[in-house]
Design a protein around this ligand. Structure first.
Ligand SMILES: Nc1ncnc2c1ncn2[C@@H]1O[C@H](COP(=O)(O)OP(=O)(O)OP(=O)(O)O)[C@@H](O)[C@H]1O
Length: 479
């Protein structure tokens, strides 16, 4: 088991650090208070050891993807992204007080709650699929709960545009919730492997463990991979789970991809039928209308590719979350397995390595995934959601105004020529780079300093010309 202390929270203009929320494999998540609009936000900050150019691109790609998809009610909202003055990329996200992954092992959920979560998350997956995006890491810990108790799908860090992942790209995945064709390296993922992960996630929430984990038994990565390859789903052992729900899960986790539900929506519909049979109120999956997603998923042949695997030990306790700064106990982490660049028909040899080299491997996985994700970010932005915008001209911001309010530099500009989906990229003289949709930016500089920004429009994955630099002098604070 690897453990580490959380990194130091970065100084971010316009945000005040409040607490540490949790740590992942290559990022920490902090609670900040945003100045304007005033609200609590979760800020995911990449560890500095990973913050090289390739890793930054991955992070930015995740931000772009999530910003595009996060208008969906069951997908985590991303407000903005940037790079801190000390060079660490960050994402500003909706703050979610709990994660489904935090509690399902100790407190298995009611059948009604699991059905509701399953249908909502299947709706999110279906909408992403219609936008041409595969999540590729659907699992309980990637389902957060908003302050309203609604489940939201998070962590699109290894998402991919359907059909774009190169056969030899190394990509991390969480084995206990991954389909047989993924763990064997035959595929990098497709709709049917997402349906498997949805089924495995619903199963986990009901069972309090992942599907192929044996309580008290051997649950090494290799054991799990062998069981997943056989796909003989163990009984749930819950008398309150109706046979119909067992059938839905068995179908979702069929060994042959073509025997599974043909889409996330079909999976959601079958869960709805279980709700109807149980006489409980029906949950509606939110599905994006066609105009939202222009590139529909079509070619199932795109599903067969090979990749590397990030393995999560199913026996681990959920990571420590929501710690206070004084409560920075070591964070438990997952074991990692790497399958190096398999050919498109490649099969696993062993792929299993020990914990010690996890750090460097995670780095490898992060870097390796970058190529695919960077390509996909551009592709998604260009093709999927916004479509081609005609003459391809990106507007240049030309009217930045600057004032000082209570010692804070406030820059604002108009966005007359921008369209839905455009973002502003702000480069400031304190070294920050920030991406946001709003046309106002604040900097708490040192009294007496002059602070400057340039603003460029990012459209469909392309960055336009930056504006002229605009500066403002902060009062020196002496009176
Ligand atoms: N928007 C959020 N609001 C509140 N807590 C969050 C938010 N996003 C993540 N967290 C918490 O921060 C912790 C780290 O999240 P992160 O996404 O970095 O890692 P992970 O998904 O747990 O691991 P990995 O990325 O290695 O699979 C988790 O415990 C998660 O619950």
């Amino acid at each position: 088991m690897n453990s580490r202390l959380p990194s130091a929270p970065p100084v971010l203009p316009g945000f005040t650090f409040s607490a540490i929320l949790g740590s992942g494999g290559f990022a920490d998540v902090f609670l900040y208070e945003q100045d304007a609009p005033r609200r609590q936000v979760a800020v995911k900050v990449m560890l500095s050891g990973y913050a090289d150019k390739a890793a930054r691109d991955v992070f930015r790609a995740e931000a772009d993807l999530m910003a595009q998809l996060s208008t969906h009610p069951a997908i985590l909202t991303v407000h903005q992204s940037g790079v801190s003055a000390d060079g660490r990329p960050y994402l500003v996200m909706e703050m979610c007080p709990t994660s489904v992954g935090d509690r399902y092992r100790d407190h298995p959920l009611s059948v009604a709650d699991v059905l509701r979560i399953g249908i909502k998350i299947a709706g999110a997956a279906e909408s992403a699929h219609r936008a041409g995006v595969l999540h590729r890491d659907i699992k309980p810990s990637n389902i957060l709960q908003t302050v309203y108790g609604n489940p939201v799908l998070s962590d699109f860090g290894i998402a991919a545009v359907i059909g774009t992942v190169a056969p030899d790209s190394n990509v991390g995945l969480s084995v206990p919730w991954s389909a047989p064709e993924i763990v064997s390296g035959v595929s990098t993922g497709g709709i049917s492997s997402e349906v498997w992960s949805l089924g495995a996630t619903v199963y986990s929430l009901l069972a309090g463990r992942s599907p192929f984990e044996q309580p008290g038994g051997e649950n090494s990565p290799a054991d799990l991979m062998t069981r997943i390859a056989r796909a003989k789903l163990p009984p749930l052992g819950r008398p309150d789970v109706p046979e119909r729900l067992h059938d839905v899960l068995r179908r979702a986790m069929s060994r042959r991809p073509e025997a599974r539900q043909s889409s996330a929506l079909e999976f959601a519909r079958e869960l709805q039928m279980v709700e109807a049979e149980l006489g409980i109120a029906q949950t509606h999956p939110d599905i994006a209308i066609d105009g939202w997603a222009r590139a529909a998923v079509s070619d199932p042949a795109d599903r067969t590719r090979a990749n590397a695997i990030r393995q999560v030990d199913p026996g681990r306790r959920p990571r420590k979350t929501r710690t206070s700064p004084s409560d920075v106990a070591p964070v438990e982490d997952a074991r990692t397995v790497v399958r190096e660049s398999l050919g498109s028909r490649g099969r696993s040899t062993t792929g299993v390595r020990d914990d010690q080299r996890r750090g460097s491997r995670r780095r490898t996985a992060v870097i390796a995934v970058s190529a695919a994700v960077v390509v996909l970010a551009a592709a998604v932005a260009t093709v999927v959601l916004t479509g081609d915008r005609g003459d391809g001209t990106i507007p240049v911001v030309s009217d930045i105004a600057a004032t000082v309010e209570d010692g804070t530099a406030v820059f604002s500009w108009t966005s007359a020529d921008t369209v839905d989906g455009d973002n502003f990229v702000i480069m400031s003289s304190d070294g920050n780079e920030s991406t946001q949709r709003t046309s106002e930016y604040r900097i708490d500089g040192t009294p007496g300093d002059s602070v400057c920004i340039t603003v460029a429009v990012r459209r469909s994955g392309r960055l336009g010309e930056p504006s002229a630099e605009k500066c403002v002098q902060l009062p020196d604070g002496s009176g």
